[in-house]
Design a protein around this ligand. Structure first.
Ligand code: GLY
Length: 362
């Protein structure tokens, strides 16, 4: 895999644009870019990005691209991409809340119509982003939550299903047995450690710490219309009824047809307090590039804590796209290297690496 030389800017972070590596082999005959010929420097439309950089993310954009390539709408493309990620049980709708119930949040926004829809804490529906789209297009509301959101989806023919997989149930059951040594879950005390509570092979490599399964999909179509979706299972082990940033328009997602779009993953509580996606789009409106605007959001959030004398650095990742088709991403921390996004444009499917600010965060 060829790679553009890295550079360190004044903040001391590394920004690298990479062509798609080994994972691309599974993607068939997609054209490859030469070293650094695309990545963050690509401008043009149509273009679609997702914060997901694994094989599911690549598949999502591969399925969404034909819609854009044939002149279709950005809204249809981002829904297709989000659905691919949502229905992969390994990837998204995985881990449940404290009570073992999967509660999903999702939002969509269509720049062409200046319309938005979302669902919060919806249960039993595999594709919450499509329900959010129905809220947007078939009601005069923006947000529907809880049991009513499930009933709303069912009224449109969605099937209510158990979203727990055997693996996610095992992970949750083990978490319940291990998170509080003072409770009564798990084998009787005198039998612990004798092998009866060993994890299965499937679970052995999985963390029992909390995880979140959020994704953003943003696109500009050939007409220049912009749309976005953010969809998530939220934090595992969250308190029942907790709603994160993903369904909050302006927090986990914002789209402005005259500017661009932004989406967030990571600790939703900070994204809500900072209205981060709206902030990023407004920064782009002021002339900042998508990359700069994402970095501005990271700085803005960290500065909020500094202003109260607190060095807290939360863990968000932002992605953004502008109406010209330029994109960027930034995060706090560098747990697994620079933050990345997957992009599909006329020349290639590739992974772009943005900027990790405050990389000392673990
Ligand atoms: N950003 C996803 C969540 O906090 O739920």
């Amino acid at each position: 895999m060829a790679q553009r030389p890295s550079r360190v800017d004044r903040r001391g972070f590394v920004r690298t644009a990479v062509a798609l590596g080994a994972g691309a082999a599974a993607l068939g005959s997609l054209p490859r870019q030469a070293v650094g010929a695309a990545g963050g420097d690509y401008r043009g439309r149509p273009v679609i990005i997702t914060s997901h950089t694994n094989e599911t993310g690549h598949e999502a954009l591969s399925q969404a691209w034909p819609i854009l390539e044939s002149g279709g709408r950005a809204m249809d493309a981002v829904e297709r991409g989000a659905n691919v990620i949502e229905v992969d049980p390994e990837d998204h709708s995985g881990l449940p809340n404290l009570d073992g119930v999967v509660q999903l949040d999702a939002s969509c926004m269509d720049g062409r119509t200046y319309n938005a829809g979302s669902v919060g804490a919806i249960e039993g529906i595999k594709t919450p982003s499509s329900v959010a789209r129905l809220v947007m297009e078939r009601t005069d509301h923006v947000m529907i939550v809880g049991r009513a959101a499930t009933e709303f989806a069912k009224s449109f023919g969605f099937a209510e299903e158990d979203l727990m997989t055997p693996e996610s149930r095992e992970i949750w059951l083990r978490w319940r047995e291990n998170h509080d040594p003072a409770d009564f879950w798990g084998p009787p005390e005198h039998l612990r450690g004798n092998g009866s509570d060993a994890p299965s092979d499937a679970l052995r490599d999985r963390t029992i710490q909390y995880e979140h399964g959020t994704t953003n999909v943003l696109a500009v179509d050939a007409n220049g219309d912009i749309a976005g979706i953010t969809t998530t299972s939220g934090y595992s082990w969250k308190l029942p009824g907790r709603v994160g940033d993903s369904p909050i328009i302006g927090a986990g997602l914002y789209v402005d047809n005259s500017v661009g779009a932004a989406g967030a993953t990571g600790r939703g509580e900070d994204v809500i307090k900072s209205c981060a996606s709206y902030f990023i789009v407004m920064r782009m409106r002021e002339g900042r590039t998508p990359q700069q605007a994402c970095e501005d959001a990271v700085e803005m959030i960290v500065d909020r804590y500094r202003a109260i004398g607190n060095d807290y650095v939360p863990g968000e990742k932002f992605v953004a796209i502008d109406k010209s088709g330029e994109y960027g991403c930034a995060s706090m921390g560098s747990g697994d290297g620079a933050p990345r996004l997957t992009v599909r444009h006329a020349d290639a499917l590739e992974v772009y690496a943005g900027a990790a600010l405050y990389p000392s965060r673990s």
